[in-house]
Design a protein around this ligand. Structure first.
Ligand code: ATP
Length: 320
């Protein structure tokens, strides 16, 4: 394989740039040319293609966002759009494609691979950590660290005023950001979409906490379970404690990637190019039990995300 393309698609995640860098430099190491496609599948359909070299990826390992820009593209769901995407690849002599994104982006890659014979490799990047086949996706660790920084600050003010803070974190239908940031910040309670909750149980837990001498509490709520505002409203109706909601919001998506995300990005990007070089395609890379792995795309996207109940139980035991 002499020339490959690379794009970022779906929601941005810290570590995407470090992955782009690893892909470009590994490809150049193996004597391949690399073309960057801007704005994900939209750029592929509209032929927004730029040649990349060693210097195109200088000074980006530490940056959040994506140098190649990202987009959601409905046209890629249509046969006409997919054909245009393939025409662009053919026009530039691009023989293989690395797609950095979440499960939706992987489905696009699968279509190109299966129905048009374009060799593709996917790199998982989403702060939500909602893909079952890989223990971690790019951006998750950084997003959780951002939440921790904010929760630490909230705890200062909540402690001073003896309040309960409801902190809403992202994750869409997945509670991993809430689970990890809840455990690591020492939150007393987490609320996730994977586990039903009752407000009376939560009030009881808060009463026990107060009874044991605690005067302030942090409750981390995943956006997929309820908004902070709504949760605070319902809780305030059931208690006399002073309750304050905070939604962390889009700040979770940005920022310099953590060491963990940069290490993942380096290894994912390197592995993706080595697979293409070896003639392997239609795969996604990931990490499982501390080993970099690859798996068939369709198998990977059809696995249902499971919730880590053991970690949840741990939180329940140590958080009072
Ligand atoms: P995130 O998890 O951050 O949202 P994602 O990759 O899952 O990332 P999506 O919006 O689901 O984000 O998908 C990104 C893009 O992938 C879509 O806008 C579309 O262009 C393409 N895509 C998604 N599903 C398909 C599909 N079934 N066939 C072809 N293309 C698809």
């Amino acid at each position: 394989m002499k020339r490959i393309g690379i794009l970022t698609s779906g929601g941005d995640a810290p570590g995407m740039n470090a992955a782009i860098r690893a892909v470009v430099r590994t490809a150049i190491y193996f004597g391949m040319e690399v073309y960057g496609i801007e704005r994900g599948y939209a750029g592929l359909i509209d032929d927004v293609v730029v040649p990349m070299n060693m210097r195109s990826v200088s000074n980006i390992v530490q940056t959040g966002g994506t140098k190649l820009l990202t987009a959601r593209c409905m046209e890629m769901m249509t046969r006409e759009g997919q054909q245009k995407a393939v025409d662009t690849l053919k026009k530039h002599g691009i023989e293989g494609l690395v797609v950095i994104g979440g499960d939706g982006s992987f489905r696009g890659a699968k279509t190109l691979s299966d129905e048009f014979g374009v060799p593709t490799i996917g790199i998982p990047a989403t702060i939500d950590n909602d893909l079952e086949y890989t223990d971690y996706t790019l951006g998750f660790d950084t997003a959780v660290n951002t939440c921790l920084d904010i929760i630490n600050k909230l705890r200062d003010t909540m402690t001073s005023h003896e309040r309960i803070c409801i902190v809403e974190v992202m994750g869409r239908h997945c509670g991993d950001i809430a689970l990890y940031s809840g455990i690591a910040s020492g939150a007393e309670i987490i609320v996730v979409p994977e586990i039903k909750f009752s407000m009376s149980d939560i009030v009881e837990r808060l009463n026990r906490s107060r009874g044991s001498g605690k005067h302030s509490n942090i409750i981390v709520v995943a956006e997929g379970a309820m908004s902070a505002d709504e949760f605070a409203k319902q809780l305030q109706e059931s208690t006399t404690y002073s309750v304050r909601p905070t939604c962390i919001g889009h700040v979770q998506r940005g920022g310099s990637p953590s060491m963990a995300d940069r290490m993942l990005a380096a290894q994912f990007g390197n592995k993706a190019v080595r697979l293409l070089k070896d003639g392997v395609s239609n795969r996604v890379v990931g990490i499982h039990n501390n080993k970099i792995i690859d798996m068939d795309i369709i198998e990977a996207v059809s696995m249902k995300k499971t919730f880590n109940h053991e970690l949840y139980e741990t939180l329940q035991m140590i958080s009072m």
